[in-house]
Design a protein around this ligand. Structure first.
Ligand code: ATP
Ligand code: MG
Length: 576
């Protein structure tokens, strides 16, 4: 139950709407029970009056008005309760999603790199949604139920205390027993239901996303069977769930019938020591109607298992501390510091026990210097750039930017100080304009078009121009086009440090030469860290670092390294 605490505190903000919703729910329920009880009494009283002299004096106006009033209150109350409580719960859910997302975002990629997309999505959608069960199915019906029992007992006690207490006691026992009983009956199934739903979504997303590849390798069937199997277990849980709900209602109706018999048994000889009169009907109808109090409780508590499992799944994420935390303000950078970036004995491994991706790396890059990092695939080049962007922090050693250690930079200032063209360029589902503006929100359309022309992507402007839709349901881009979108983004930004991770990978020789010339013009005044595994544009660099297995093994200018006749020289020889 402690798992639910973080969510209850979110309720506080919406207490007014939620309490008003419960109040309206209570009024509706009172009107509903009152309606049946009053009409029951009214019909019997009118019948009895009709058979006797009292027909002359029987006041049918007042109860008739009461019945109408209660019927209208019930309708209006139900409407009001739905509007108010739905409004409040939707606002609560919106807050909850934002609350969850704000805690999820800093965990990327360090802490949730090992969660599947489908799983994160499921937590964000289904598990967050399960949190409103707590109010709609548990807190609200139990509160209204208890208030209702107290109110009804008090009202009936006015006619006959012992009968009122008997009915009240039966209702109270039911309110206590039913939740406990059905919580336990539904607990295991509820937990499985939540877990199977998550697994089902993960398997289905896997199958959908990999569909073309799976078809080409003939593995589609296997994956489809896996996801159908998950679906079958989910359906089994839903089947069991529906049956438990049905059982809860059926048993409740049975107990309702028995209660009616018991009340009639005690009331038949007359209420409060009087001869049998229409008040007997009042008690009978009150007993019948009172179970409306319990109906929402009948199946509700089997949801508690699901809600608890969802809360646990959300807490997995909410209670994790991010590996990388940014201070709110950057530390003052020493003026006229000479080096832009310094790696001091940097040691990094992705996980405990994994071989180090970088070990004992030392490198100083002066302001305005252009440095190339050259190395075979897997040698740790991208890792190096990711450490500079603080995707992760090194386990040992320190990286300083303009003389200030990276952990003392605020996130905004750190991001503003550098432009990154990462190895994998992500295209968002949005227009071409959206995809470029994310790098420079203030840029105007002319600037965007000019940068697209620079990277020879003006073909994308045909048709809808900057409004062309990219990503899902829109224009699909080739690998080389994506990369050039990444470069256009970099050109739009004017940060003093430029980090390029294989910016021309996958481009043909001619386009590559064009892009390198373009970048050379763009970065004249900037500090550049250029990662590549190809021997391109290296003559333009002030310094070249050859990386092997996470360490720099040779460093110097193109001419120096060739003169050294070391590995760099061998590389050139091998392609000559
Ligand atoms: P490439 O030229 O292929 O891009 P790279 O030099 O950029 O290679 P890195 O991506 O830095 O290589 O990877 C260095 C090592 O770290 C590799 O052995 C890789 O498998 C491992 N690695 C990279 N990313 C992760 C990650 N997120 N989790 C665990 N290991 C990783
Ligand atoms: Mg790489």
């Amino acid at each position: 139950m402690r798992d639910l605490l973080p969510y209850l505190s979110l309720y506080r903000k919406h207490w007014f709407g939620l309490t008003l919703g419960m109040l309206l729910g209570f009024i509706t329920l009172a009107a509903s029970i009152g309606l049946l009880t009053l009409s029951g009494w009214f019909i019997s009283a009118a019948a009895v009056a009709g058979l006797s002299i009292a027909r002359e004096t029987f006041n049918y106006m007042l109860p008739g008005g009461g019945v109408r009033g209660l019927a209208m209150t019930r309708t209006a109350g139900r409407w009001g309760e739905r509007v108010v409580s739905h409004n409040a719960t939707f606002k609560l859910l919106a807050d909850l999603r934002i609350f969850f997302f704000e805690r999820l975002a800093p965990l990327i990629p360090g802490k949730i790199g090992n969660l599947r997309d489908g799983d994160v999505l499921n937590r964000l959608v289904a598990d967050v949604e399960a949190m409103d069960h707590l109010y709609l199915r548990l807190i609200s019906p139990v509160t209204i139920g208890l208030l209702g029992i107290a109110g009804l007992t008090a009202l009936l006690a006015w006619f006959d205390t012992s009968l009122a207490l008997l009915l009240g006691a039966i209702l109270l026992v039911m309110t206590l027993v039913w939740p406990v009983l059905f919580y336990h009956l539904g607990k295991r199934n509820g937990r499985e239901l939540t877990e199977h739903r998550a697994q089902f979504r993960i398997a289905m997303l896997d199958w959908l996303q990999g569909f073309s590849e799976l078809t080409l390798f003939g593995a589609e069937r296997h994956y489809r069977d896996a996801f159908l199997a998950k679906q079958a277990s989910l359906l089994r849980n839903q089947w069991a769930h529906a049956h438990i709900t049905g059982l809860a209602s059926a048993l409740l109706i049975l107990v309702n019938g028995l209660t009616l018999v018991v009340i009639l048994w005690f009331a038949a000889d007359g209420v409060n020591g009087q001869a049998p009169d229409p008040i007997v009907a009042l008690f009978a109808f009150a007993a019948m109607a009172s179970f409306e109090l319990l109906m929402p409780l009948a199946g509700a508590f089997q949801y508690l298992g699901q809600t608890l499992t969802s809360a646990k799944r959300l807490n997995d994420i909410l209670l994790t501390t991010p590996e990388v935390q940014f201070p709110a303000m950057s530390a003052q950078s020493p003026t006229s510091h000479h080096d832009a970036l310094v790696f001091d004995n940097v040691q990094f491994h992705y996980a405990e026990g994994k071989p180090a991706a970088l070990h004992g790396l030392n490198l100083a890059i002066a302001k305005g210097q252009k440095v190339a990092i050259l190395g075979q695939t897997g040698s740790g080049k991208s890792t190096l750039l990711q450490l500079v962007s603080r995707y992760w922090d090194p386990q040992q050693g320190l990286i300083t930017l303009n003389g200030v250690p990276l952990p003392q930079w605020s996130e905004t200032e750190l991001r503003q100080s550098m432009t990154v063209v990462s190895q994998r360029v992500d295209i968002l589902n949005g227009t071409l304009r959206d995809n470029l503006l994310l790098a420079a929100p203030e840029a105007n359309d002319d600037a965007l078009v000019a940068r697209l022309q620079d990277v020879e992507l003006d073909t994308l402007l045909e048709g809808k121009g900057l409004d062309a839709w990219l990503g899902d349901g829109g224009r699909q881009l080739s690998g080389g086009e994506r990369r050039r979108i990444g470069i256009a983004r970099a050109l739009l930004r004017d940060a003093p440090i430029l980090l390029l991770d294989e910016p021309t990978e996958g481009l043909d020789k001619q386009t590559e030469a064009h892009i390198m010339a373009l970048l050379a013009r763009h970065y004249q005044t900037k500090t550049v860290l250029f990662v590549t595994h190809r021997l391109i544009a290296l003559e333009q660099m002030d310094s070249i670092c050859l990386m092997e297995q996470g360490a720099i093994v040779e460093q110097g200018s193109h001419a120096e390294l060739l003169a050294e006749k070391g590995r760099y020289y061998q590389l050139w020889q091998s392609i000559a």
